[in-house]
Design a protein around this ligand. Sequence first.
Ligand SMILES: Cc1cc2nc3c(=O)[nH]c(=O)nc-3n(C[C@H](O)[C@H](O)[C@H](O)COP(=O)(O)O)c2cc1C
Length: 163
Amino acid sequence: MEAIVYTSNTGHTAEYAKILGEKTGLPVYALSGAQKQLSSGTEIIYLGWLFANGIKGYKKAAKKYKISAICAVGLCDTGTALDEVRKANALSEEIPLFTMQGGMDKTKLRGINKFMINMLTKGIDSKKDRTEEDERMLYLLKNDKNYVSEDNTSAFMEWYCKQ
Ligand SMILES: Cc1cc2nc3c(=O)[nH]c(=O)nc-3n(C[C@H](O)[C@H](O)[C@H](O)COP(=O)(O)O)c2cc1C
């Protein structure tokens, strides 16, 4: 593995990329700027933020680089939603996938992203009989919080150290 490449919208994924860069010693690049620095076929670890279970930038990154492992950053708890994310992105069972909890920063959301979060929040808020899961999601959506932590990278680091 030669580099860490990431796509971030509000900064959480960029924070994880920086943490992993420090822990692994690998150079870190934003996907948007990586093209100039990394040649096609370079073996990378890809980090992208979750958008309706899709991993942002994954398809573009997979066309150019050899992806050894994926870290998907979302509102979901670290280590959860793996099956859904695998399915939504048509990932084979062979590729190591890790989810890491990022956070919510509505002050940085614009356009369709802001609209979708507002609609989702309103939808859950207006439900009469909210489940525990609904309440938890509502809390995560309404309160801008950053859950990025080194602890959330431990499953990834365990895998990485075995390579
Ligand atoms: C439009 C939209 C859709 C999202 N969909 C998901 C999702 O399907 N699953 C999830 O866990 N998080 C989802 N999130 C939460 C983001 O993945 C989360 O805020 C993440 O920390 C953003 O990373 P970033 O700060 O690097 O942009 C969504 C956020 C937005 C704005």
